[in-house]
Ligand binder design. Sequence first.
Ligand code: FMN
Length: 303
Amino acid sequence: MPRAIIYFYSGTNNTAIAAQMIQSELQNKGYEVDLFQIRKPLDKIPAPISYDVLGLGYPIHAFNPPQLFLSTIKRILPTAHNKPVFIFKTAGEPFCLNNASSWSLMRLLKKRGYQLLMDTHLLMPYNILFRYPFALAKQMYVHTRKMAMVIANDIANNKVTKRKIYPWTWLVMITIRYVLYWGARINGPFFHVKKDRCLQCGLCQKLCPSSNIKFKNGYPRFFFDCSMCMACTMYCPTDAIRPGVISWMRVSGGYPFQELHNDPQVPSEYINKKTKGYFKSFRSYYEKTQKLIDDSTGNYIQR
Ligand SMILES: Cc1cc2nc3c(=O)[nH]c(=O)nc-3n(C[C@H](O)[C@H](O)[C@H](O)COP(=O)(O)O)c2cc1C
């Protein structure tokens, strides 16, 4: 039985959900699949050497992979001889700028002797700035599930899909990388909690992938190691956390994907040929990827 491992980083769960979907589709194809979430403390990381296929998943943060994800992958990846690897990334927008986020990872994989099968961009709802409508969140969830099938099919067939990265997008990506990296660190200690709302439940500390939250006198304190993943603010049950200068950008409360999926009252086609305004640019993502789904899976059976 072929063995695969998916290393992923996820702040607010979107990438974790995509990783689980890919795991389940690969298992349907007869793979044994392990998932490993990259978070601190970084111990007990399974060595990639004993796996036949590697998966790397991350959320796009300001057109880049999160620093903790990139540095960990750099550290653990041994040299290989044409070992197949696939990348998937979740993001709230279909911008072509987002594609450049994999540039450093692709270079690393090439240098270390891996064969990149695909670099798939999966649209999932924003966890910052503003909340997407539930119907769109549902569409994204259902569509990502179908894309997980395409990814699994392509891995099983060892199909290589090249992604084009425009040089100008690379320039933007590199510039913004350092702005976010230092901005997140400087802003970290400015996170604070509204004591009259805080339940002192410790959920924020448990969720923080950077181990950047410690409790003092019963309340959370925030330090410099923040990666701005927004997990603490999104899942705080009382919306008690104010993330410093980006407080106005916080999205409070997770997306109830499973409930939306099971609820027939929530339409599952928010973006369609008639979509106008802000979401108009999403149409071509859905058209292109639907074609991939049709080509790869034939008649999709709703599960
Ligand atoms: C600090 C930050 C920066 C982000 N930057 C981008 C971006 O450049 N482009 C984009 O489409 N989405 C961006 N997003 C949205 C996330 O990529 C998206 O919601 C993702 O699915 C979150 O994944 P997670 O739940 O696994 O953390 C950003 C989110 C955060 C928190």
